[in-house]
Design a binder for this molecule. Sequence first.
Ligand code: 5RP
Length: 242
Amino acid sequence: MSWQDRILQPDTAVEQMKQKAALRALETIESGMKLGLGTGSTARYFVDGLGAKLTDGLSGIVCVPTSEATREQAENLNIKLAPLDELQRLDITVDGADELDDALRLIKGGGGALLREKIVAAASDKMIVIADDTKKVAVLGAFDLPVEVNMFAHGATARAIAGALKATGHSGAVKLRGGDTPFITDGGHYIYDCALKAINDPEALAQALLSVPGVVEHGLFLGYATAAILAGTDGLEEVGNL
Ligand code: 5RP
C-alpha cells in the first residue's frame, strides 16, 4: 500500500480540498530538506502526509514546528524536529492562511500561532501557502487582523493600536481574543483581533502596528509567501513558483 493510500480521506468537501492542497505541497518535498511546519487545520493535513511519506522512502527530513499543537502532532508521527536556532535556515515552510491576495500577501494568526509562524517563514527560502480557494480575496481585511501583544498593560496597547488604525485610515473594533478568558499564545501573549473590513495599504498598516510599544507581532505576512496552492471544486490553482 502506498503512503497516499494510508492517509484517511476527510468527510466534507472543504476538508478534502484542504487535504488536496497539502498533498500537492508534499510533492515538492525531497529527502534531506529542512522544513517549517505550519499550524491550523490545513497545515495538519500536510504534517499527516509528511508522516506517511516518511514511512515510504523519504529520508533525512528535519522540521521546525510553528506551534506546540504542531509539535505534538509531529512528535506523534515520529517526524524529526530540531530548534530553528540549530538549523538556522530552512528550505521550505508549508503553512495555511486566513486570507491571501494576488500579490501573495497574507493574513495569518486565526489559530493564534502568528509569531512563531512569521519567525519560521522568515528563516525559510520558500513559503508555500496551502488553502481552500475561499481564502483568496481581492483586498485583505474581511478576516479580522490578529495582533499579538505583551500582557503588560495590554489595554493601553489596545488603545494605541486603535490609534494606529485610525492614523492609517482604518476603523473597526479591536477585541481581546477570548474576552473574559483571554486566549494565551504559545509565547505567553494576548491577541487583539481588529475588524477592519478592508486594508488598502497593508505595508503602511504593518509599519504603524509595529511602531506601537507592546505589539509583539501582527498577522500581516508581507513578502514571505513565494507560492500558494489553492484547492477548489474545479481542482488546484497554483500561484507563484512552487
Ligand atoms: C494559525 C494560522 C493558520 O494558518 C490559519 O489560521 C489558517 O488555518 P486553517 O488552515 O485552519 O484555515 O495562521 O495561526
